[in-house]
Design a protein around this ligand. Structure first.
Ligand SMILES: *[C@@H]1O[C@H](CO)[C@@H](O)[C@H](O)[C@H]1NC(C)=O
Ligand SMILES: *[C@@H]1O[C@H](CO)[C@@H](O)[C@H](O)[C@H]1NC(C)=O
Ligand SMILES: *[C@@H]1O[C@H](CO)[C@@H](O)[C@H](O)[C@H]1NC(C)=O
Ligand SMILES: *[C@@H]1O[C@H](CO)[C@@H](O)[C@H](O)[C@H]1NC(C)=O
Ligand SMILES: *[C@@H]1O[C@H](CO)[C@@H](O)[C@H](O)[C@H]1NC(C)=O
Length: 424
């Protein structure tokens, strides 16, 4: 008994000791949750955030605000650090604990002068350009980043409460001049400087925030559909939103229904095989949902049949899309054009993600709207990649502790969206 108590005390002491030693002055304020505003780029349809990085008392406070493209599958944050100036930037040494956490793959040296992206004995990581699908070599470093806190009470469109410095934030710094890297940012939205990765790694953006402040290991996205006005949201560690209880969570799509009728598909495509092929994943850098050819064909066929039944006039397909329609005789509703509804059905038959016209159709030109799904060929890595257009105006939450995600029904049903104006 006495021994147990002593061990308990020792254990408690250990916890207290560890937590005080890693919390420095800036960490003393515990934020409720973090918030980032999301914009959508008109040309690429990518979503990006604006992040305040580096020296918090920079000589010019506006030089280190960077636009970074959101990549749900990205392993960490990386950016073009050519010309980056920050007194709080520190390279991470090869072989160090932080290098191991980041799964550093090599060791980098540089023939001076010393600057971000040019230091010796630096842990090398492999930033990935998700659009062009190549990796480059980058320096792992730590710096301060500044993120807005949000309280648990405001509504989605409320103004944020103060900004918080997150010290020792791990990031990838790539100076394209160092190795003569060309096309580092090719395919990324014009004006952006890199990627903010939300993948399931220890150095992903949200993981570093929740572990620094011991917040719940989750984040949520509300992607805006508008490129012109307003902002969407990312909440890390919780936020001023309410998710229905866990029954809404799911991992895999089991069937697809159109106006209630299941399309016929090869169900083995919907689960992951031993090599991790197949299955469903979500992507913010994929504008429209990409389907395995057989699923794509079945979806288009059934959708066209159901549209014909509704006397919707079909027109010649355009671009990458399989079916297009004349919107002039389609009623416009609060959830977009009144076309057949598409349900992605999960394990539990009662749980489905319903896609209404606003998210299933895209206006391609005057008097032509198309079914916004594309053919991914017969051997795609994932059978279904749910793209940004199908995730907009819905609150999607990723619970990393349970590896599941949940969602609200389309916010449009309540006459609200993920594009709102913000006052700074
Ligand atoms: C990287 O940033 C520097 C400084 O802003 C800029 O001159 C250069 O063109 C950028 N490189 C790429 C590949 O975007
Ligand atoms: C790295 O080390 C080499 C050899 O000692 C030295 O010439 C070079 O200037 C160093 N680079 C930096 C950025 O300090
Ligand atoms: C990218 O943005 C710059 C500055 O905002 C602009 O001058 C340039 O034309 C844009 N390029 C493209 C391809 O849109
Ligand atoms: C279903 O898909 C699996 C995995 O791609 C494939 O091995 C199998 O042959 C397919 N079955 C049919 C009936 O097409
Ligand atoms: C939706 O909201 C807008 C203003 O935000 C309002 O003009 C419109 O009447 C509302 N529509 C419905 C169906 O409530």
């Amino acid at each position: 008994m006495a021994v147990t108590t002593a061990l308990h005390l020792l254990f408690l002491f250990f916890i207290l000791f560890v937590s005080t030693s890693i919390s420095d002055a800036k960490l003393r304020v515990k934020p409720h949750a973090f918030h980032l505003s999301v914009r959508k780029d008109k040309a690429t349809l990518q979503y990006y955030v604006n992040l305040d990085m580096g020296d918090p008392v920079a000589r010019n406070p506006y030089v280190n605000f960077f636009d970074l493209v959101i990549d749900l599958g990205g392993r960490f944050l990386w950016f073009n650090c050519s010309g980056y100036d920050s007194t709080t930037y520190h390279p991470v040494r090869c072989g160090s604990k932080r290098c191991k956490i980041a799964k550093g793959t090599h060791c980098l040296n540089c023939n001076g002068p010393i600057k971000p992206g040019c230091t010796n004995n630096t842990c090398g990581v492999e930033p990935n350009n998700p659009i062009q699908q190549f990796v480059v070599s980058g320096d792992l470093a730590e710096d301060v980043i500044c993120v807005s806190e949000t309280d648990g009470f405001s509504s989605l469109s409320d103004i944020d409460v103060p900004d918080i410095d997150v010290p020792h934030f791990l990031l990838g710094c790539v100076d394209p001049n160092k190795f003569g890297v060309t096309g580092l940012l090719d395919g990324l939205a014009n004006g952006t400087r890199g990627i903010v990765g939300f993948g399931r790694t220890q150095i992903a953006f949200q993981t570093q925030l929740v572990s620094a402040f011991k917040l719940p290991n989750k984040f949520a996205l509300c992607l805006p559909s508008s490129t012109e006005t307003g902002f969407g949201d990312i909440f890390v560690g919780g936020g001023p939103y309410f998710m229905p209880p866990h029954e809404e969570y799911f991992i895999g799509v089991k069937s697809i229904k159109i106006d209630g009728k299941a399309i016929s598909l090869n169900s083995s495509l919907l689960s992951f095989d031993k090599h991790g092929n197949g299955g469903t994943r979500l992507s913010t850098v994929t504008p429209y949902t990409v389907l395995h050819t057989s699923i794509f064909k079945a979806l288009v066929d059934e959708f066209v049949k159901k549209a014909e039944a509704k006397k919707i006039k079909r027109v010649k397909p355009l671009g990458q899309f399989g079916a297009c329609f004349d919107p002039r005789n389609i009623a416009n509703t609060i959830t977009g054009p009144a076309v057949p509804k598409i349900d992605l059905v999960f394990q539990n038959e009662r749980t489905h993600y319903r896609i209404y016209g606003a998210n299933s159709m895209v206006k391609v030109k005057n008097n032509v709207i198309c079914l916004a799904f594309v053919d991914g060929g017969s051997e795609p890595k994932s059978s279904i990649v749910i793209g940004g257009h199908q995730l907009e105006d819905t609150l999607v939450e990723f619970d990393l502790a349970s590896s599941q995600f949940g969602f609200t029904p389309s916010l449009l049903l309540h006459n609200v969206s993920c594009s709102h104006f913000r006052v700074f």
